[in-house]
Every structure is written in structure tokens, then in C-alpha cells.
Ligand binder design. Structure first.
Ligand SMILES: CC(C)(COP(=O)(O)OP(=O)(O)OC[C@H]1O[C@@H](n2cnc3c(N)ncnc32)[C@H](O)[C@@H]1OP(=O)(O)O)[C@@H](O)C(=O)NCCC(=O)NCCS
Length: 170
């Protein structure tokens, strides 16, 4: 009985609308309350939104919440005149989602540890493989200098967000 009740509560959380909040014209926070959120910094002069945090509660992953959050972020970004969504990506799921949601056409991958940035001539699949290899190497020989970190840019200028969930401002 109590288990049914708690799963009803969880389902209600998943069925809730995505919300967004602007923080001092500098930051956008998109969230599904108690489930997941994205925090992104606005660089208006560069027409860029930089994802700083992207997380879904562990027991609610792979249910489409991350996809919803990325879509809602793009709807708000378009309203703000943003042309590029960027971010350091260290997680295979996040990397593949960036491609699935924002598309292949405007997607550019860079080595996050190098400045000036140089675009890498690799496919998303190769980037995911290399993160997985680095994770495995880290598990075998933990070393803080290990890791593969990509800087990903999605050009959303031509992205059609007409039918995507428009988050409510809260
Ligand atoms: C990244 C994260 C936010 C995604 O949230 P989510 O709610 O699980 O995402 P979704 O359910 O919308 O989508 C997951 C997708 O990734 C796919 N996926 C799962 N594991 C994967 C993997 N190892 N490699 C590639 N794709 C993977 C799923 O099949 C699904 O794709 P689909 O929608 O086409 O079926 C979540 O995994 C998370 O919080 N991770 C920990 C924090 C983190 O690493 N954040 C990103 C920092 S760069």
C-alpha cells in the first residue's frame, strides 16, 4: 500500500511541467522539481548559453527527463536570442543526448583542456568511446589527471522548437 502511494507520488513528479527561472539576467535554471535540473550561464554578447550543471536524480534516469530538460532549455534560449548552447561534457549519456536533441548539423566537439579551442575531427560515437575508455582506465588506476572532457557546441540557429515543451516561469 505504502509502496503504491510512493510510486504515485513519483509518477506525479514526472508528469509535472518543466519550470524555468532567470537569475539576475545571468543564469537560466530549468527544472523538473525534485527530479532534475539544468543550470546555464548566459553570455548575451556571444549569444551563448553555457550549461554548467545538468543532473537527473539517479533513480529517475533513462526515463526521458534529461531530454525534456534540454528541449525546454532550447525553447527559452531561442526566446533570448541565443544561437549556441555550449558545455563541458564528461558523461556519455549527456553527450549522446546533446546530439539526439540538438541534432548533428550544428554540433561541434572540441578538446576542453586546450586553449585556444581546436575543433576535433571526431564523430560523437568516437567521443563517447573515448570517454568510456578513460572511465575504465580511471577505475583501474585512479588518477586525478585522467579523464576525457569535451567542450561541445550546439548551434541552435536552425533548430525548430515549435512543438517542444515551453516551461512555465516560476
Ligand atoms: C546525463 C543525465 C542528466 C541524463 O538524464 P536522463 O533523464 O537519464 O536522460 P534521458 O532519459 O532523457 O535520456 C537518456 C538517453 O541516453 C541513452 N543512454 C543511456 N546510457 C547511455 C550511454 N552509456 N551512452 C550513450 N547513451 C546512453 C539512453 O538510451 C537515452 O536515449 P533515448 O532517449 O534515445 O532512449 C543523467 O544521466 C545524469 O544526471 N547523469 C549524472 C550527471 C551527469 O553526468 N551530468 C552531465 C554532466 S556532463
Amino acid at each position: 500500500m505504502s509502496q503504491n502511494k510512493s510510486s504515485e507520488v513519483i509518477d506525479k513528479k514526472l508528469a509535472a511541467p518543466v519550470r524555468f527561472r532567470r537569475v539576475r539576467d545571468k543564469e537560466i535554471r530549468v527544472s523538473l522539481p525534485d527530479v532534475g535540473y539544468i543550470e546555464a550561464d548566459i553570455a548575451k554578447e556571444d549569444k551563448e548559453l553555457h550549461i554548467r550543471e545538468f543532473e537527473v536524480r539517479e533513480d529517475k534516469r533513462n526515463l526521458g527527463v534529461g531530454r525534456r530538460l534540454l528541449k525546454s532549455l532550447a525553447v527559452i534560449a531561442k526566446d533570448e536570442g541565443i544561437e549556441k548552447i555550449t558545455g563541458d561534457v564528461i558523461d556519455p549519456t549527456a553527450l549522446s543526448l546533446r546530439q539526439k536533441v540538438y541534432g548533428d548539423d550544428g554540433l561541434h566537439i572540441y578538446d576542453a583542456d586546450r586553449r585556444p579551442l581546436q575543433e576535433l575531427p571526431i564523430t560523437i560515437d568516437k567521443a563517447i568511446e573515448s570517454i568510456q575508455r578513460a572511465d575504465k582506465a580511471y577505475d583501474e588506476h585512479p588518477n586525478p589527471n585522467f579523464g576525457t572532457d569535451f567542450y561541445v557546441v550546439s548551434d541552435i540557429t536552425d533548430l525548430d522548437v515549435t512543438d517542444w515543451e515551453r516551461p512555465a516561469e516560476k
